[in-house]
Design a protein around this ligand. Structure first.
Ligand SMILES: Cc1ncc(COP(=O)(O)O)c(C=O)c1O
Length: 369
């Protein structure tokens, strides 16, 4: 009898996805993006498995995320996308993190950190994402300053797409050509970065001209397409399966209201299965009266408001029992519920669904040898 809510993480599926990406983009390298706890899958176990699969560099968003990986024994290069503030820079240099540069101020901070070891840096250039990249027309001599710097070792140059997952590639192509112009400008410099990278998942699928030396896919490695508009040019396997169990089965009379706000009322005398998970586990409350689950291989609707710790399912007269396994999403012997289907129902993207699984839900790893 099942008695646990878990996010089962299938490491074989992870390996399948990342090798499929590597094959598609070869000879460009793959830098798997493992930020946000590997999109909710558990960054340490995911990254260790990717190291075993032969991947040689990783990317995260924050200093603390990079530190967590280092402290777990991962020695490979880790690029940090986010900005480091001066108090984080000495430790980042010592740990050998790849530090993103967004302007001259970042170079000054590295110089002032006065470490007797070089800081390995990647410059993020603005091509139209409108978030954090350097505007080269505002800081035209940033590359010269970087080359002159005695503290910085210039390893990478990158940019980020804002619309590579849309069907209309016009803006993504504009960003790509701005990036290509920047690459043309740096050709004449004395020193050049050895790793040029731009492609996220949407671009891996649809914009081969953006592969350069490396690509940075996130959502694809976890088995989801970034949107429904892109070409599904790689077959994927979902890595996370969110599972729980039936904790009660209750027979209720007709006209009985279910949960907060009485948003669903039994249409007849029928049975309700209670699941011991709710929005505190990452099951979005907007799935109220919309979500579906799999029990004994069949889909059943969530009914009544999803509460913090409990969710109700209408099982009618079917022989559902306490302890039956319940699939909220993912691949299982019972069948599949796509994370993208869940995301669409609540007006979001698959990223938010897997990132939203909370700490209360243990990640259980399968498929690692
Ligand atoms: C700079 C950068 N590169 C790559 C990625 C990976 O994006 P995706 O998960 O769409 O592949 C992200 C994630 O948002 C990012 O911020």
């Amino acid at each position: 009898m099942a008695n646990k809510t878990v996010a089962e993480i299938n490491l074989n599926n992870l390996a399948f996805n990342v090798h499929a990406i590597a094959k598609k983009v070869s000879p460009a390298a793959v830098i798997p993006v493992v930020k946000a706890d590997a999109y909710g899958h558990g960054a340490v176990r995911v990254t260790k498995h990717l190291v075993k699969q032969g991947f040689k560099a990783f990317a995260v968003a924050q200093f603390q995320e990079a530190m967590e990986l280092r402290e777990s024994g991962i020695t490979q290069p880790i690029l940090i996308f986010g900005r480091l503030l001066p108090d984080q820079i000495p430790a980042a240099i010592k740990a050998g993190f790849r530090i993103s540069i967004f302007g001259k101020e970042d170079i000054d901070w590295i110089e002032k950190a006065g470490q007797n070891q070089s800081a390995v840096v990647h410059v993020n250039v603005e091509t139209g994402m409108g978030r954090v990249g350097v505007f080269l027309d505002q800081e035209p001599d940033i590359f010269d300053q970087l080359i002159r710097s005695r503290q910085c070792l210039w390893e990478g140059l990158y940019s980020h797409f804002s619309t590579s997952d849309e069907a209309d590639k016009a803006y993504a192509n504009t960003q790509l050509s701005r990036f290509q112009n920047i690459l043309a400008q740096i050709k004449s410099l004395k020193k050049k970065p050895s790793i040029i990278h731009m492609a996220n998942s949407g671009a891996v699928l649809d914009i081969p001209a953006s592969y350069f030396d490396a690509v940075r896919p996130g959502i694809l490695i976890y088995g989801h397409y970034p949107s429904s508009e892109i070409t599904q040019s790689i077959t994927l396997k979902q890595v996370m399966t969110l599972k729980t169990y039936v904790s009660h089965v209750r027979s209720l009379p007709a006209g009985f209201p279910i949960s907060y706000g009485r948003r669903w009322v039994t249409p007849r005398a029928t049975k309700i299965a209670v699941l011991p998970l709710g929005y505190a586990d990452g099951l979005n409350r907007k799935l109220t009266n919309q979500g579906e689950v799999l029990i004994q291989g069949k889909r059943y609707p969530m009914v009544g408001t999803i509460s913090m710790d409990q969710t109700m399912v209408h099982v009618g007269d079917d022989p559902i029992k306490t302890g039956d396994e319940v699939i909220l999403w993912g691949e299982s012997a019972q069948g599949t519920i796509e994370v993208s289907e869940v995301a669409e129902k609540i007006g979001t993207i698959p990223y938010e669904v897997t990132c939203g699984v909370s700490r209360r839900v243990p990640r259980v790893y399968v498929g690692d040898s």
